[in-house]
Every structure is written in structure tokens, then in C-alpha cells.
Design a protein around this ligand. Structure first.
Ligand SMILES: Cc1ncc(COP(=O)(O)O)c(C=O)c1O
Length: 394
């Protein structure tokens, strides 16, 4: 089947809710995707910060093949060895207060569970979230998303429960949180909003105001978690620990899983019947996620992300790029944003023509979130393309 046949099926039988590129990939290996003619594309998108180990990593393939022959799904009505082992594995990489996991199937569901938990745990029902945030598309996670364009046509959701502050504004945060606040929910670095790293004091303030008011601090590590920013979790950059964090994306290395992670004590808020998911943490996806975590550790990918990110930002910074083309380069580890205004979409097209995949977020930011195994030559290749784009459009 060629690309035109795929497009025909897509337009006939699928919802038209995505703007899709003119490409259909047949296979992936490492940091490359291949089309049906065997052309290799350097993947600096990684399924939007999902494929941390690259495509079809041998350890994931082995786990998938072994597990699929043994046991794919049983209900949470039963003890699930793979799920229990995954939870233990998560506890081995988190601070000791984040030792209890609940598994769902996506980032939005993990945030949905976190917000429900906060209400039940505190007995309060109001939330504080940040403008320009992104937390997912379900009712509560969409309400927490501080971007009105995503709410349009779906109001009221549970928007009346939310108060929004400017991301990074500690004063506004202090004023917004009070004894009625169940939780403050924040991304430690905003992803969809344009790779925004908050000022150092902001996360500290978030921790302090939650401690003072009894609100829970929920950090959404769906995009930042598991090595992406050069630390296992992005909150480590700020020297704080949240009361709960949510994970997804990287956790399954491409298979759908999300997690809500909190303290043993807070986890007791949910009793049998409080929350649940048919697929959440089934044997198959749990076994895969456990392999993803063990591979990140064994291959030192957190350290690699920090080192490659440092190199990349420094190399980008030393390119003779004029303002007007590139306004800012920012990020941590292998979560890098290049602010380019209207040029961002044009660069995306230009890079695609050279078989490099990048993605634009917030309309003007070229987002670089490659697999954490990305080679230094690949970084250089992108930088060369950026330079030649800038030269050709000067
Ligand atoms: C920070 C953050 N939270 C939540 C989500 C939603 O995750 P999912 O699409 O798996 O529901 C995303 C997706 O981009 C995200 O970046």
C-alpha cells in the first residue's frame, strides 16, 4: 500500500482531528525511521518524547516477544507480578516518599487520577494551575491545561475549579493558594507550551506554599520524566520533591502506560473502588515498562541526556545565528526548544526535506526531544541543517 492509499483510508475512515505530514513510516531502528522506499529519517521527535530508547530497542523487543507468549492481560482483580515488579522498579529511582504507584494508560489519565486523589485526600476541591500548561485531554486534565484554545467548545469541563497563574510567577502562586486548595499542578518544565524552564525560585515557592496551606503539590513529569531533562525527574533540578507525580510517554517506550506515583500514606486515600482501570498496569505493558527503566539505568541514559543536551545547547549557542531567525535556545538535557517565530514551521519543512524530523510546539518553537541514545553526529547534522536554513533565508 502506498502513501496515497493510506491517505485515502485516513480521509475516508478516520476522524480528521490531526494535521498529518505526508509520510508513512514502515519501520524504525535506533534513532531512525524508514519509509516504504527504505529512506531513513533522523527522528528528533521520538513520538513526542516517547521513544527514549530509540525504535525497536533489542531489550524491549525481547521483553515484548517473551511476555506476549506468556501472558498479555489479566484484570486487576488478581495479583499481577509484572505490575508489582514495575512499581518496585519505579520506587528504586524515586525519592523514598514517592514509593506507591497506580497504573493507567496515558498521561491525561495519570493527571486525572492525581487530581481525584488530591480532592479525596484533602477534602478540598479547588486547584491552582499555570497558564500555558498542558496536562492532557480528559475533563479534569484539560481543565488543568492553561490554554483556552483547547477548552473552546467543551466548556464548562471542571474549569470553575481551577485558578490560573502565570508560569514562573511566585507572587501570583503565593496569592492563589489557600486553605481551599486541594492541589497545585505544574509541569516542572513546560513542554507543549514551548519548552519553558521556570525561574529557580518558582518550584521552591510551589513546595513552600503547598506545605503551608496543606495543598498537594502534583508535578506532571509526563514529558520531562525518566531522563529526558538530564535528571531522572525534572524536579531534581529544583531540589524539591512533589507529593505526587505523574508519568507516561517514556515509561512504556512506545507502549501505552501512565503512572501516578505518591507516598504510601497518601496512596491509602484510594481504597478498593475509589479508582481503577481495565488495562492499567497489565502484565504486558508492565513488563515492557520495567525493561525500559532497567535499560535507562544500565545504559546510563540519564547521564547521557545531560551530557548530550549540554553539548547540543552549547554548539547551538556558538552558531552564528542572527536574531530574527533564532530568538532563543533553551531547555535542559535532551528537551530543547529553539524560539524561531514564524520561521519555526519553515525550518520543520526544510529539515523534513533533508530527512530530519523535528516538531513545532507553541506555534513558534522547534522542539528537539530525540531518543536519549541520539548520536553526537546526529546533533551536528541537525545543526548544519539549521545553519544552511538560516543562510538560505537571509
Ligand atoms: C506534560 C504533559 N502532560 C500530559 C500529557 C498528556 O499525555 P497523553 O497524551 O498521554 O494523555 C502530555 C502530552 O503531551 C504532556 O506533555
Amino acid at each position: 500500500m502506498n502513501i496515497d492509499d493510506v491517505k485515502k483510508l485516513t480521509s475516508s475512515f478516520l476522524f480528521q482531528n490531526y494535521s498529518r505530514e505526508e509520510i508513512c513510516f514502515e519501520r524504525g531502528e535506533g534513532e531512525y525511521l524508514y519509509d516504504s522506499e527504505g529512506n531513513a529519517y533522523l527522528d528528533l521527535v521520538a513520538g513526542i518524547a516517547v521513544n527514549v530508547l530509540g525504535h525497536c530497542h533489542p531489550s524491549v523487543v525481547d521483553t515484548v516477544c517473551g511476555q506476549v507468549k506468556r501472558l498479555v492481560h489479566v484484570s486487576n482483580l488478581y495479583q499481577i507480578r509484572e505490575q508489582a515488579e514495575l512499581a518496585e522498579s519505579i520506587a528504586s529511582i524515586t525519592p523514598s516518599t514517592l514509593s506507591a504507584s497506580l497504573f493507567v494508560n496515558s498521561g491525561a489519565e495519570a493527571n486525572e487520577a492525581a487530581l481525584k486523589l488530591a480532592v479525596k485526600h484533602t477534602g478540598r476541591s479547588r486547584f491552582v494551575a499555570a497558564r500555558n500548561s498542558f496536562h492532557g485531554r480528559t475533563a479534569a486534565s484539560l481543565s488543568a491545561t492553561g490554554q483556552p484554545k483547547y477548552h473552546l467548545g467543551f466548556e464548562p469541563l471542571i474549569l470553575p475549579a481551577f485558578e490560573f497563574i502565570d508560569y514562573g510567577n511566585s507572587e501570583q502562586l503565593k496569592n492563589a493558594v489557600n486553605s481551599g486548595t486541594a492541589a497545585v499542578i505544574l509541569e516542572p518544565i513546560q513542554g507543549e507550551g514551548g519548552i519553558i524552564v521556570p525561574p529557580a525560585d518558582f518550584m521552591r515557592t510551589a513546595r513552600d506554599v503547598c506545605d503551608d496551606s496543606g495543598a498537594m503539590l502534583i508535578l506532571d513529569e509526563v514529558q520531562t520524566g525518566l531522563g529526558r531533562t538530564g535528571k531522572m525527574f525534572a524536579f531534581e533540578h529544583f531540589g524539591i520533591v512533589p507529593d505526587a507525580m505523574t508519568l507516561a510517554k517514556a515509561l512504556g517506550g512506545g507502549f501505552p502506560i501512565g503512572a501516578l506515583v505518591t507516598s504510601r500514606e497518601i496512596s491509602k486515600t484510594f481504597v478498593p473502588g475509589s479508582h481503577g482501570s481495565t488495562f492499567g498496569g497489565n502484565p504486558f505493558v508492565s513488563a515492557v515498562a520495567k525493561t525500559v527503566i532497567s535499560t535507562i539505568k544500565a545504559d546510563h541514559l540519564v547521564e547521557r541526556s545531560a551530557e548530550m543536551g549540554r553539548k547540543w545547547i552549547s554548539k547551538l549557542g556558538s552558531l552564528p545565528l542572527e536574531k530574527g531567525h533564532v530568538d532563543e535556545i533553551r531547555g535542559k538535557g535532551l528537551m530543547i526548544g529553539i524560539e524561531m517565530g514564524d520561521e519555526a514551521k519553515r525550518l520543520q519543512k526544510y529539515a523534513f526535506a533533508q530527512r530530519i524530523l523535528v516538531n513545532v510546539c507553541a506555534g513558534s518553537v522547534v522542539r528537539l526531544v530525540p531518543p536519549l541514545i541520539v548520536a553526537e553526529e546526529s546533533i551536528d547534522r541537525f545543526n548544519d541543517v539549521l545553519m544552511s536554513f538560516v543562510s538560505s533565508s537571509s
